[in-house]
Design a protein around this ligand. Structure first.
Ligand code: SAT
Ligand code: MN
Length: 596
């Protein structure tokens, strides 16, 4: 390959003849003025060099390699531990295109503002050029991105979360169709923090943060916000969904995609281990966070996971909640903001085994079991390569993706929502997704515990007007011959005393089995005002200790007072986005009111 004609010192073995890439990198380097430019090639040797560099700089701590081979530890700035929706912008020429649920600024104004902040921002630093793919190599659905960053933590995390290096230039060829991502840490100051998306330019600029969802630009920025915008224009869907395959003892495979808001158990569900009672059943993981879905030639809806790793919530991960994740994160993983034990191990609330007598908490302060604060931040995360997952679906890297039979929506709701119900049809399912609500979690700054409307779990991730996004869902119906069945689940319903009415975790297999059986025309259901629900006799409760069919009836109860309140709350969102709201959804609301 031709030598790079860069004005700066260039390092790394990554290299490309693609003139669009080179011109763009050169222009950004001119703006940010790094001391040197490092072109990543994605190789193992490079990983070793950069990891050693990160350790030398104190960005990563090498963990006990006997216990955790290939694992490292990172502590973030305490002001930078989650996505910040207030700082996240969609920059379309017209505000109307971004819609009422997104922060908006005109592209010209945002480019000027962030250009000024990035000017000279990498002086004394290295600019890393990170080429990556979202999607399996060679897939027609895959997108190329290039992220320029001055954070080694980002480089090493991107290496886990995406297919990074030469493979991206190979897919790109001499095209200029790639996502242009620029990330400057600046001084990691919440007052100078912006995550700005330019959907018409397929570009993202992120400044002032070093936290996953804000800075791993392939993930929420490209795969969801820009992706949803591209998907609408190109006839596919970018969704905040896990993808899993259910294998029956007879070897029948059924694929399911499920949208739950951040930190509501997508990773656990995607890696679920069926309870002993379900002999011969297996769950295979395709993805745990994002699905790109497109109608296939056979009329079914096909999904790929654009990512190559899992960026999961750590606290609560143990051999009961997620034994597969416990295995997956035992090597080659970067842990962020968990606690560090004296023997170079990591610890978090809800980990297997004894509580350490003493450790350093996520801020680096001494922690003992008497401490009032948590040792691990509630949004502490692991970044682990999906190839470590013992239950990785054999088709997870298939360029064609997997055929989806069911779409599941779910939220974290202490009341109102039954354990499971099925939509009457696609458009009713779109209404169920559009009116989803969930109690807020630590994955985003602010509002912990309050119920907020989070349509399709996409409120923080939709790159254009929410009403137009619902319209896109309705339009997609016409492009799919065999539409997936749509369901709503809630693992989190509680009784008056605050106890969960459903055991959750692996027992969710029982719900999943009913869903799969419905898709395959095997399970019975009864019609209710909300949708189809299982008869107690058609729902497998056997082998579930102390769980009576009476308790099942309680978790499935439709409480009419709750639903009156729920409908009013749903209206708040519909009023907010009224000007672009498809009338089909207003009719669905009317039908629901009439049934109730
Ligand atoms: O922090 S991330 O945005 O990567 C995860 C999430 O909030 O869904
Ligand atoms: Mn997510």
């Amino acid at each position: 390959m031709a030598k790079l004609l860069m004005t700066k010192t260039t390092l790394g073995n990554g290299n490309t003849d693609n003139q669009s890439v080179r011109r763009w990198v050169e222009a950004q380097a001119k703006l940010c003025q790094p001391d040197q430019i490092y072109w990543c090639d994605g190789s193992e040797a490079e990983k070793e060099t950069l990891t050693a560099e990160a350790v030398a700089q104190g960005i990563l701590v090498k963990l006990n390699q006997e216990k955790l081979p290939g694992c490292y530890y990172h502590r973030s700035n305490p002001n930078d531990v989650a996505r910040v929706e207030q700082c996240t912008f969609i920059c379309t020429p017209m505000q109307e295109e971004a819609g009422p649920t997104n922060n908006w600024m005109a592209p010209k104004a945002m480019y000027a503002k962030l250009g000024a902040m990035c000017a000279g921002a990498m002086k004394g630093r290295t600019m890393y050029v990170v080429p990556y793919l979202m999607g399996p190599p060679g897939s027609p659905m895959t997108k190329v991105g290039i992220e320029l960053t001055d954070s080694l933590y980002v480089v090493l995390s991107m290496r886990i979360m995406a297919r990074m290096g030469e493979v991206a230039y190979k897919q790109l060829g001499d095209s200029d169709d790639f996502n242009r991502g620029l990330h400057c840490m600046l001084d990691v100051n919440p007052d100078r923090r912006f995550i700005a998306h330019f959907p018409h330019d397929n570009a993202v600029i992120s400044v002032g943060s070093n936290y996953g969802g804000n800075v791993l630009l392939g993930k929420k920025c490209l795969a969801l916000r820009i992706g949803s915008f591209l998907g609408r224009n190109e006839g596919w869907m970018a969704e905040h969904m896990l993808i899993l395959g259910v294998e029956s003892p007879a070897g029948e495979k059924t694929y399911v995609a499920a949208a739950f808001p951040s930190a509501c158990g997508k990773t656990n569900f995607a890696m679920m281990v069926p309870p002993a009672h379900f002999k011969g059943w297996k769950i295979w993981t395709v993805g745990d966070d994002i699905a790109w879905m497109k109608p296939g030639e056979d009329g079914r809806l096909y999904a790929i996971n654009p990512e190559a790793g899992y960026f999961g919530v750590v606290p609560g991960t143990n051999s009961k909640s997620n034994p597969t994740a416990v295995q997956t994160i035992a090597r080659d993983t970067i842990f962020t903001n968990v606690a560090l034990t004296p023997d170079g191990d990591v610890w978090w609330e809800g980990k297997d085994g004894p509580v350490p007598k003493e450790c350093l908490d996520w801020r680096g302060n001494k922690w003992t079991p008497d401490s009032k604060e948590k040792a691990a931040h509630p949004n502490s995360r692991f970044a682990a390569p999906m190839k470590n997952n013992p239950m990785l679906d054999p088709l997870a890297n298939d360029p064609n993706g997997v055929p989806i039979s069911a779409i599941i929506f779910g939220g974290r709701r202490a009341d109102t929502m039954p354990l499971v119900y099925q939509a009457f049809n696609w458009i009713h399912g779109v209404y169920i997704g559009a009116t989803m609500g969930s109690e807020m979690t630590a994955a985003a700054v602010g509002g912990l515990g309050q119920v907020r409307r989070d349509p399709m779990a996409m409120l923080p991730f939709c790159g254009y007007d929410m009403g137009d996004y619902f319209r896109h869902w309705i339009v997609m119906r016409k492009l799919i011959k065999f539409t997936p069945r749509i369901f709503h689940v809630n693992w989190f319903r509680k009784d008056e005393a605050g106890n969960f009415l459903w055991p959750g975790f692996g027992e969710n297999m029982r719900v999943l089995k009913w869903i799969v059986d419905r898709c395959n025309g095997r399970a019975n259901a009864v019609e209710t005002p909300l949708g189809w629900v299982p008869y107690a006799k058609d729902f497998d409760l056997s082998g579930l200790a102390d769980y009576s069919s009476e308790k099942f009836d309680r978790v499935q109860t439709i409480n009419y007072d709750d639903w009156r309140r729920e409908l009013l709350q749903q209206d708040e969102l519909f009023m907010r986005i009224y000007s672009h709201l498809p009338k089909e959804l207003i009719f669905q609301r009317e039908l629901l009111v009439a049934r109730l």
